[in-house]
Design a protein around this ligand. Structure first.
Ligand SMILES: CC(C)(COP(=O)(O)OP(=O)(O)OC[C@H]1O[C@@H](n2cnc3c(N)ncnc32)[C@H](O)[C@@H]1OP(=O)(O)O)[C@@H](O)C(=O)NCCC(=O)NCCS
Length: 154
């Protein structure tokens, strides 16, 4: 898929009530959680996403956001990791999907990119485009496929 462009200055106000009322916390990851989180990302998703998530732990403030219930990690999202101003990768564990967690992680990460001074965010090579377009007026960037991923080793 083509990359998506999001206008951060037009980001809708997001109500985190749906996740907080379920006892799900969305917060920035701590550096000392790097190993645990990266292992989880690789186990649930891929080695490629692990590599990107590690970059999120390689600068301050950490660019990795977590969804946590009790002491259980349910999902993650990265910002400013794949390239400057990019959103992703992101993922929610299969058993926790459909509870609004992916969306809360998306908004928290985009709000953080906006606070860092970005006017726009790019969602690189999005899988579920409809998920992103549901609440965001995201537009496809012409000629962005394969974009930065051209020639990537697999
Ligand atoms: C995409 C993903 C992060 C969504 O997480 P989630 O917690 O299940 O999503 P939410 O519950 O917050 O969904 C919010 C809304 O988007 C919709 N939605 C969720 N996933 C969708 C999808 N794949 N396609 C279209 N709409 C989707 C939901 O129906 C929901 O709508 P509602 O508010 O009317 O109920 C999750 O399915 C996932 O981890 N997928 C595998 C990894 C992946 O594809 N990551 C993105 C890579 S770019």
């Amino acid at each position: 898929m083509a990359d998506l462009l999001v206008r951060l200055y037009d980001l809708p106000e997001y109500d985190y009530g749906r996740t907080t009322s379920q006892g799900v916390t969305i917060r920035r990851a701590l550096p000392l959680e790097r190993g645990l989180v990266c292992d989880w990302v690789e186990a649930h998703f891929s080695r490629i996403w692990r590599s990107e998530t590690e970059v999120g732990f390689s600068h301050q403030p950490v660019g990795v956001w977590l969804a946590i219930e009790g002491e259980r990690l349910l999902g993650f999202a990265c910002g400013d990791v794949t390239a400057r101003g990019f959103f992703g990768p992101t993922g929610v564990g299969e058993a926790a999907r459909g509870r609004g967690i992916g969306e809360a992680l998306l908004f928290k990460t985009l709000e953080d990119l906006r606070a860092k001074g970005f006017a726009y965010a790019v969602i690189g090579d999005p899988g579920p485009v409809e998920f992103y377009k549901k609440k965001l007026d995201a537009m496809e960037i012409p000629h962005s496929k394969p974009g930065i991923y051209k020639g990537m080793l697999r």
